[in-house]
Design a protein around this ligand. Sequence first.
Ligand code: TTP
Ligand code: MG
Length: 373
Amino acid sequence: MRKIIHIDMDAFFAAVEERENPALKSQPLVIGGRPEGRGVVATANYIARTYGIHSAMSCAKAYRLCPQAVFVKPRIALYRDVSKDMMDVLKSFSDLIEPLSLDEAYLDVTENKHGEPSATRLATLIKSRIVEATGLTASAGVAPNKFLAKIASDMNKPDGLTTIAPHQIADFLQTLSVGKVPGVGKVTERKMHGLKIFTIGDLQKCSESQLTRDFGKTGAWFYSIARGVDERPVKPHRLAKSVGVEETFPSDLECRVELSEQLSLLCTRLANRLERKGVLGTTYTLKVTFNNFRKITRSRTISEYRSEADALFDIYQTLLLELGEDQPAIRLLGVSVSKLNNQENQDKNGGSSSGSSIRTGLPEQLELPFPTY
Ligand code: TTP
Ligand code: MG
């Protein structure tokens, strides 16, 4: 039986800003775009959440819900530094750490550097070490696997510590809403409700073949977690070498204006992804598939990090224009950034080798047994 801890910092970006400026602590605080702009909320402190504000909501809506809120632009470089301090604390407990984002990680503490048999006691210690190192609180979930540990860490936020011991799993699952399961988004939740599956207890009554029929490959995953089984190991080295987005268009793009528009949308998505992952890079690659299926890539390395959508657009638009006028219509466009700024790997690679890559932390979708996590 493994002992897994999931750590998730509380209102992370907002908590860092409050630490830097304690006057913000007593006010509703939104980290994201301008209230009058078209941006979205990255996160909000717990006071702002009482007004219904949450991540990914438009800033315009957040403003309507709480006009007196303070809106602060994210400072990703700062959050990365705090994240590193937090991850360093985790490393002092176990080498088996899997970061999921800047503020979240799994630890396998079955064997740990403190020789402590109680994972709950370890989680208490980890939480207080994080406060010492960062001045911020985290919530912890303790369980025999990743799926349960992640649910547990979310149960008593902020500053929570929840343990689901092996003998508690069956009861815990009976009444757990399916919407709480990592991987069940709004669409799947609605579909499950349509099938009269509201709790994991309901899910347990479905056969594996029924779930596979209704939910495809993810059905097998649902069958297994309904029984509290999740064998996924904590993977300590999840390295991404690049961050990118691409789009295959419903109809091929011929005209420059259309191409610029689509490129601009891709650059906005790329900027968001870079921000979410908290990484920056110096090599910018444009990928194009023409309607005759010829594929090309064009790259440019520059000495500075660019992460704003507009700046990214200028780079990729230049690469696109350099292809010349005389090209077939375009079926697919992709933009990516590589040579990412990961200190750990730069250290290993001497700082500049082409293999330089980053432990981004965020889940690589393809590695997971279900598509929507
Ligand atoms: P979360 O851990 O999901 O949220 P949180 O730490 O702000 O709040 P909680 O106490 O509920 O854990 O995400 C961590 C950070 O990632 C968050 O502070 C901001 C960023 N983020 C985005 O930029 N966009 C998003 O849609 C989400 C969900 C998070
Ligand atoms: Mg968090």
